[in-house]
Design a protein around this ligand. Structure first.
Ligand code: AMP
Ligand code: MG
Length: 418
C-alpha cells in the first residue's frame, strides 16, 4: 500500500500513541515548578501547600463537654440507687465556671464548655432528675462519658497537613481551627495561550465570509482558571510562520507552559508543529483518540508546549485528558483523585475500533439508584453544544466496536463535590 500522511479519517494508525502512553510521556516530561509564596488563609483556597502545617496548639485546647447536661466527678456516680447533687453554677461555651467543684456538687454545663476543676464526667440533662434542692443521678453512668479531651482532635506539634496537599474548604477550616492565618503555598504555574487561524475573529468584530468567532480562547481561559494557574491570554495569531514564531517565543519567555489551539494538523496553513521544531522540540503529534488527534507536545527552552487541535470539542477533551494532569503535577498537586467510574448505557453507543473515544454523555439514576448514561447525540468535534449539555465523558476503549444498550461503560463525571 502506498505510504501517505495520516488523516483524521483513519481509524487505525500505527504511528499514533495510545492515550495512556501519551499521558505517561507527558507526565514524565513535566516537573513541579519551583517557588512559593506566603498568602493569607482565604487566598490559599485551591493552592498547594509548600510547607507542613504543624499544630501550634492542642485541639480542643480544653477538655470540654460533648453534651448539654451536668458535670460531675466520676467517683461520685452512685454504685446503686440515686444520689443527690447540689448545682453550684453554670458553665457555657466560652464562659467557664471558674471555681472548683467538691464531691456531691455539680455544674450545669453546655456543649463546648470547659470542664470545671475536679469534674471529668457529664450526665446528659435528659438523664438527670431535677429536684427542689438539686438533681438526682442514678448509677448508669461511666466515668469520662460525654467529655472531649484536650488534644483529642490534634495535639500540639502534630502534623496536620503535608506538603503538596491541596487546600479546599475542609483544609481552610482546619487551618483556621489552629489559629494559623498565613500559609506558604507553591507559586502558581504560568500558562500562556493563543488561538491560531486566519478565519478567527474576536468578539466585537464583523464576520466576513468563512470567518468564525474564536471560542477556544474562552474555553481555555475557563478551564485554566478552574485549574488555578495564572493565565496569559495572547489573543489570535495569524497563520504565518513569522506570526506563530514570534508568539511562541514571547510565550516561552513569559510562561511555564504555552498552549495553542489549531494549526497542528497537516493542512497548508498548519505551521505550529514546524515552528516549535525550529525553536525547540516536539515530542509527538498523533494520539489514537477521538476527538483530539492530532496533539503536539514538546518544549521551547524550559517551557512546555501543548499544541491542541482547533476543533472546540477536541480542545476540551485533549485539555482534560492531557494538559490538566500535567498542570496539576507542575503545580505540585496529586492527580490520583480524578474520578472515573462506571455507568450502564441506556442506549447503543456507536464506535469503530482503533481509537479511544471520549463521547459526551448525560448521567442519570435508574429506579434502583444505579448510575445510567446516554449520549448527547451528534458527537462531531466541532459541536461545542454537546459539551455544554453533557455532564460526563463516556470513555470507550481503543478496541471497542461500540456497545449495546445495557452495557457497562467507563465515565468521567465533570464535577465532584469539593
Ligand atoms: P485547525 O486545526 O487549525 O485546522 O482547525 C480545525 C477546525 O477548528 C477548523 O474548523 C477551525 O476553524 C476550528 N477552529 C480553530 N481554532 C478555533 C477557535 N479558536 N475557535 C473556534 N474554532 C476554531
Ligand atoms: Mg487553523
Amino acid at each position: 500500500m502506498q505510504a501517505r500522511d495520516p488523516s483524521c479519517e483513519d481509524d487505525f494508525d500505527n504511528a499514533s500513541l495510545s492515550c495512556e502512553e501519551a499521558l505517561r510521556r507527558i507526565l514524565a516530561n513535566v516537573d513541579i515548578v519551583s517557588g512559593h509564596e506566603r498568602v493569607h488563609l482565604r487566598s490559599a483556597l485551591g493552592r498547594i501547600l509548600a510547607e507542613q502545617i504543624v499544630s501550634p496548639i492542642d485541639v480542643p485546647t480544653h477538655t470540654n463537654s460533648a453534651m448539654d447536661g451536668y458535670a460531675i466527678a466520676g467517683g461520685d456516680v452512685p454504685e446503686r440507687g440515686e444520689r443527690r447533687f447540689a448545682v453550684v453554677g453554670t458553665a457555657f461555651a466560652g464562659r467557664p465556671f471558674n471555681a472548683s467543684v467538691s464531691s456531691g456538687q455539680t455544674v450545669r454545663i453546655m456543649t463546648g464548655a470547659a470542664m470545671p476543676e475536679n469534674t471529668d464526667t457529664v450526665v446528659m440533662q435528659e438523664h438527670a432528675q431535677i429536684s427542689a434542692d438539686g438533681i438526682l443521678i442514678d448509677g448508669n453512668h461511666k466515668r469520662g462519658q460525654h467529655v472531649r479531651a484536650a488534644g483529642e482532635d490534634l495535639s500540639a506539634g502534630a502534623i496536620v497537613l503535608e506538603v503538596g496537599h491541596c487546600i479546599g474548604p475542609a483544609e481552610l477550616g482546619l487551618i483556621a481551627s489552629l489559629g494559623v492565618g498565613e500559609v506558604s503555598v507553591r507559586r502558581r504555574v504560568r500558562v500562556a495561550y493563543f488561538s491560531t487561524g486566519d478565519e478567527l475573529r474576536s468578539i466585537g468584530e464583523q464576520l466576513g465570509l468563512g470567518e468564525i468567532y474564536d471560542s477556544n480562547r474562552y474555553t481555555l481561559y475557563a478551564m485554566l482558571s478552574r485549574a488555578g494557574v495564572d493565565v496569559i491570554d495572547m489573543g489570535v495569531v495569524r497563520d504565518t510562520r513569522d506570526a506563530v514564531a514570534s508568539a511562541l517565543s514571547e510565550a516561552a519567555a513569559n510562561a511555564d507552559v504555552v498552549i495553542t489551539s489549531g494549526g497542528v494538523s497537516v493542512g497548508e496553513a498548519d505551521f505550529v508543529k514546524e515552528v516549535v521544531e525550529s525553536l525547540g522540540e516536539v515530542g509527538f503529534w498523533k494520539v489514537a483518540m477521538k476527538p483530539g488527534r492530532p496533539l503536539a507536545f514538546g518544549k521551547i527552552g524550559d517551557t512546555r508546549f501543548f499544541g491542541l487541535p482547533g476543533n472546540p470539542v477536541s480542545v476540551m477533551v485533549t485539555y482534560y485528558q492531557f494538559v490538566e494532569p500535567a498542570l496539576v503535577k507542575m503545580s505540585g498537586g496529586s492527580i490520583e483523585s480524578r474520578l472515573e467510574t462506571t455507568a450502564v448505557a441506556t442506549e447503543p453507543l456507536k464506535k469503530r475500533p482503533g481509537r479511544t473515544e471520549y463521547q459526551r454523555g448525560i448521567l442519570s439514576r435508574g429506579d434502583d439508584g444505579s448510575l445510567r448514561v446516554r449520549g448527547t447525540g451528534d458527537q462531531g468535534s466541532g459541536i461545542l453544544h454537546s459539551m455544554s449539555i453533557a455532564d460526563c465523558f463516556i470513555v470507550l476503549p481503543m478496541a471497542s466496536a461500540g456497545v449495546e444498550a445495557g452495557a457497562t461503560v467507563t465515565v468521567q463525571p465533570f464535577l465532584g463535590i469539593l
